[in-house]
Structures are given as structure tokens and as C-alpha cells.
Design a protein around this ligand. Structure first.
Ligand code: GRF
Length: 204
């Protein structure tokens, strides 16, 4: 099929529940991501609920092996086949190789549930991040969307949003609050920003 040159083609990589994928789908439906379209959802977990969310919207899905070498070997040709310009990691629980990242330099973004450079890098994922924030006694946390490079959570920051920590918060309540008040909002905003950048560059 001929490529629509007014829109960036996105593949969303997921591993779990997929609420961030849902936020992207919803934002796309109500016109908040006019410069891009979700063309493919890739999961390294065949049981991820995110896959149901994609199927409900008739978005093609690809289930790939968990082992990262096999995952990348299987996924790369499919990304080419779907003419993917931008990869959004939305709760994708594996670390991509430097080789893969370099093939999509400045074309992979990730959502992380803290204000990078705090509570990020190896070992900081899921509830562990929020547990660490609570143990530190910090009064604010938040989320970050950043470019992906070969350093875990180390690429250039695109957007951040702060969230207040309350005295009664548990790791679970904080996770939910960070998702609702920050992740779902800035992931859609950053996706549109990066898509606009890619379209601008393509016209140069
Ligand atoms: C989110 O907190 C995201 O920041 C992190 O993993 C979680 C995934 O949630 N990387 P979901 O699958 O999008 O619901």
C-alpha cells in the first residue's frame, strides 16, 4: 500500500496491560496525534492484555519471542514491511540492543514512571520505581518521555510532568496516580511532537 506522507507510521512495543497504548489509541481517535498513526503493536508477551486493546481497534499485532536477539531478528523485517518511522515503547519490559537502537536512531521513544534522572536505569521498573520514591520521602515524582539510546533511560528527555506524592500513598496508588496524571498525557503529547519533527525533517 502507498505510504501516506502526511503521517508518521508508529509501532507500539508492549509487554503488559497496555494502558499507555490505550492512551495513544484514545488520543489518536480524538485528533490529538494528527501527525501519526498506529500501524502495528508488537508484544514480547503473548498474554499481554495490550494485545486485546490493539485487536479491539483492528490494529495488526505481532507476538515476538522474549529473548531479545530472537525478538529483534523477527521484528526488524516486519517494521520495514509496515513502513514504520517511529517506535513507541509503552510498558515494554526488555532492553533493546545497541544495534537495534542505532538502526532507529532518534526514532524510538520510551515512557518511564519517574522524573529522570531520578529513580531510573537498571532495576527501576514497575512498582519498584514507586516504592523507591516512597522510601526516599520525596514529595514529588512524575513521568518522563525520552529518546531511547544505548544507555537504559539515558536518552534525551522530550517531556516530563510532575505528580504530587501524598502521605497515604502506597506504591500501587502512586503508580496509578503517575499514570493518570502524567504518563497517559505526556506520552501522547511527546508522540505528536516527535512525529512533527520527523515530518519536518522528511521535507528538508
Ligand atoms: C508504565 O508505568 C510505564 O511507564 C512503564 O511500565 C508501565 C506500563 O503500563 N514503562 P501499561 O502496560 O502501559 O499499562
Amino acid at each position: 500500500m502507498k505510504k501516506d506522507k502526511t503521517k508518521v507510521n508508529i509501532a507500539v512495543f508492549v509487554s503488559g496491560n497496555g494502558t499507555n497504548l490505550q492512551a495513544l489509541i484514545d488520543a489518536q481517535k480524538c485528533g490529538k496525534i494528527p501527525s501519526a498513526q498506529i500501524k502495528l503493536v508488537v508484544s514480547n508477551n503473548k498474554n499481554a492484555f495490550a494485545l486485546c486493546r490493539a485487536e479491539n481497534e483492528n490494529i495488526p499485532v505481532l507476538i515476538a519471542p522474549r529473548k531479545i536477539d530472537d525478538f529483534e531478528k523477527e521484528v526488524l523485517p516486519r517494521l520495514a514491511e509496515f513502513d514504520i518511522d517511529l517506535i513507541v515503547l509503552a510498558g515494554f519490559m526488555s532492553i533493546l540492543s545497541a544495534d537495534f537502537v542505532n538502526k532507529y536512531k532518534n526514532r524510538i521513544i520510551n515512557i518511564h514512571p519517574s522524573l529522570i534522572p531520578q529513580f531510573c536505569g537498571k532495576g527501576f521498573y514497575g512498582l519498584k520505581v514507586h516504592q523507591a520514591v516512597l522510601s526516599s520521602g520525596q514529595k514529588t515524582t512524575g513521568a518522563t518521555v525520552h529518546y531511547v539510546n544505548e544507555i537504559t533511560d539515558g536518552g534525551e528527555i522530550i517531556l516530563q510532568k510532575e505528580v504530587e506524592v501524598s502521605s497515604g500513598d502506597t506504591p500501587q496508588s502512586l503508580q496509578e496516580k503517575v499514570m493518570r496524571e502524567a504518563e497517559w498525557i505526556i506520552l501522547a503529547q511527546a508522540t505528536e511532537m516527535v512525529a512533527q519533527r520527523i515530518l519536518r525533517e522528511a521535507k528538508l
